[in-house]
Design a binder for this molecule. Structure first.
Ligand SMILES: Nc1ncnc2c1ncn2[C@@H]1O[C@H](COP(=O)(O)OP(=O)(O)OP(=O)(O)O)[C@@H](O)[C@H]1O
Ligand SMILES: [Mg+2]
Length: 319
């Protein structure tokens, strides 16, 4: 296949959310800081939204691999669950046994959370693709967010989902849940050609590339325009461009190869209102001021000196 032809040890642009390939854009860093802060400080409910393919699942997987062993995580990625199925999942993942009815489960869960909390252990419920949760399950999540001590929530809950999740949470019937959201953040697409270039090079290097000029500057420029900075779109274009380049014996991927691939995949650039004429994306406002973000990040990484990956391990027991 093309990997050998381009001097790569593995395929650099797979569509799976493999955290080994993560590249931290400023937006991804900010979201990580929010998640870190939310879990460490016992904030309770945190909501992360982002367009399709911007990296929500990737960031969750990256985080879960780095949580300390003292954090117990229940990760639910199938939102189309009924209320009983949801509780069954929660109970299994958080190792709550000996219950038959919902009230018995809530009692046992409360005891387990209280006991963990008093021993300084953290418990986290993560629901990915949360835009698909039914209002009934969301109402149960609200109930779960009530487990708290005088000073902190005993169950940290992270909901991630596509922008529709915001609309779901705006449902007047769910206003009690909405009021309990302690932190909200948005994963944005890559904002410009420079970030897109860094993203592509970062993935090539993880895949073992010896050269970083496999994509010509004009190819990268066109990739940004076609993909609108969305990582999954970038991966699709790059993977297929490498295949086409290999078939044509081209060691450097030119803009014309990207044009061909974009046409085949129906991904030619469209001038959306969110794009300025020079291709720069109008960035939505930050959730925090830069000073506020710096403080949060400093708080979350105060003990990172000994950590080579610049990530302070947050206290995970199992996943
Ligand atoms: N920051 C990043 N660094 C490296 N690769 C990324 C990053 N963000 C996304 N990707 C890649 O883009 C693709 C889509 O990512 P992912 O599945 O995490 O997106 P998502 O937001 O969960 O999408 P969906 O809304 O469909 O669930 C994956 O191949 C992933 O590896
Ligand atoms: Mg996902």
């Amino acid at each position: 296949m093309y990997a050998e032809f381009y001097g790569l040890k593995e395929l650099p642009f797979a569509l799976t959310p493999d955290p080994r390939f993560i590249y931290f854009t400023p937006s991804h860093t900010e979201v990580m800081a929010n998640l870190h802060y939310g879990i460490e400080s016992g904030k309770g409910l945190v909501v992360v939204t982002g367009e399709v393919g911007t990296g929500k699942t990737t960031i969750l997987r990256w985080m879960m691999q780095r949580l300390d062993r003292t954090v117990l995580v229940a990760y639910i990625f199938n939102p189309r669950l009924s209320v009983p199925e949801f509780y069954q999942h929660v109970a299994t993942l958080l190792d709550v046994q000996k219950w038959e009815t919902k009230s018995e489960l809530l009692l046992e869960l409360g005891r387990a959370l209280e006991s963990r909390h008093s021993r300084g252990l953290r418990t986290v419920l993560i629901v990915d693709e949360a835009q698909g949760l039914s209002p009934h399950v969301l109402e149960e999540i609200r109930l779960l967010s009530n487990f708290e001590s005088n000073t902190a929530k005993q169950l940290q809950i992270i909901l991630t989902g596509q922008p529709e999740l915001r609309e779901v949470l705006n449902n007047p019937d769910l206003r009690q849940l909405k009021q309990r959201i302690a932190l909200r953040c948005v994963i944005k697409a890559l904002p410009n050609v420079e970030e897109t270039d860094r993203y592509i090079i970062s993935r090539l290097l993880v895949a073992g590339a010896e050269r970083t000029d496999i994509f010509s500057p004009s190819a990268v420029d066109y990739i940004f325009r076609c993909s609108e900075g969305i990582p999954r779109n970038i991966n699709n274009l790059c993977d297929n461009a490498l295949l086409a380049g290999y078939a044509a014996g081209e060691t450097v991927i030119s803009r014309s190869i990207i044009e061909e691939v974009a046409e085949t995949f129906d991904m030619l650039p469209r001038m959306s209102s969110a794009m300025k004429p020079d291709g720069e994306r109008e960035a939505p406002a930050n959730a925090f001021t830069s000073t506020g973000r710096a403080e949060l990040w400093a708080a979350g990484t105060a003990a990172k000196e000994n950590d080579q990956e610049n990530v302070r391990p947050i206290p995970i027991e199992s996943t």
